[in-house]
Design a protein around this ligand. Structure first.
Ligand code: NAP
Length: 223
């Protein structure tokens, strides 16, 4: 088995990705906004601090992992809760959403591109959101979150093209509506169900599917 690096393992989907990949036998580099919330120690799992808005922190972790292959890179860390309506927009929060949801994933891939290219599986799994689908937006609002995920989709598509020659396959995934802090208590999916489905889809992903936008179950989504 290879190595997986996941962002945002403090809770929610990121934590579940780290646990499921470790259970499946992968070596896992679990990264956290707050290392104090790290998962229990277990063989094959390393814990590192990585605030995805701290560009220098990426450089430090990339230096530490230089030369180590990464088979699957999971860009998961994200923030939502974008409830302010037009006329009461919180611009500092919009800027933070762009920093976490859009710029962080780009820096992640730039930082670990050579590790990923050196892996056997060479999969980049980017957790996006159906809220980033411009053509499917029929309800308005959520300016910052929608823009951050639409921007992430644009970045993911370019990454798929630019990394194709390295043999890296990229999937932009909507995890479904999930019972996490970022989702809702009355959402239909558990984190375990969503992550299991995303892992299964990404394992089966062919390189002809790179750069696509899909649900957790692998159904294509409109942009
Ligand atoms: N749940 C859903 O229904 C749903 C639907 C569509 C898309 N998504 C996407 O799924 C991904 C995971 O969300 P979730 O549902 O698991 O929500 P969550 O429970 O709030 O988890 C988000 C994770 O990202 C971390 N994070 C936030 N800012 C960070 C930063 N600056 N640096 C590093 N980590 C940071 C959080 O850490 P803290 O605990 O410290 O905040 C947390 O571990 C996100 O990209 C989200 O947009 C979720």
């Amino acid at each position: 088995m290879g190595t997986v690096l996941v962002t945002g393992c403090d809770r929610g989907l990121g934590r579940e990705f780290a646990v499921q990949y470790a259970d499946a036998g992968y070596a896992v580099v679990a990264t956290y906004q707050d290392l104090a919330r790290r998962l229990p120690e277990r063989d094959g799992m390393r814990h590192r601090a990585l605030d995805v808005t701290d560009l220098a922190a990426f450089d430090r972790l990339a230096a530490e992992l230089a030369g180590e292959p990464i088979d699957i890179l999971v860009s998961n860390a994200g923030i939502g809760r974008d409830i302010r309506r037009l006329g009461e927009i919180d611009y500092a929060y919009v800027q933070r959403m762009l920093a976490v949801n859009t710029i962080g994933p780009l820096k992640l891939v730039e930082s670990f591109r050579s590790n990923l290219a050196a892996g056997r599986e060479r999969r980049l799994l980017i957790v996006s959101s159906a809220m980033g689908a411009i053509g499917a937006n029929l309800s308005g609002g959520h300016y910052g979150y929608r823009a951050s995920k639409a921007g992430l989709n644009a970045i993911g598509r370019s990454l798929a093209i630019d990394l194709f020659a390295d043999g890296i396959t990229v999937a932009l995934l909507h995890p479904g509506w999930v019972r996490t802090a970022g989702g809702s208590d009355d959402a239909p999916l558990t984190a375990a169900e969503s992550v299991a489905a995303m892992r299964d889809f990404v394992r089966r992903l062919g390189n002809h599917q790179t750069g696509g936008f899909y649900t957790y179950a692998g159904q294509p989504l409109p942009w």
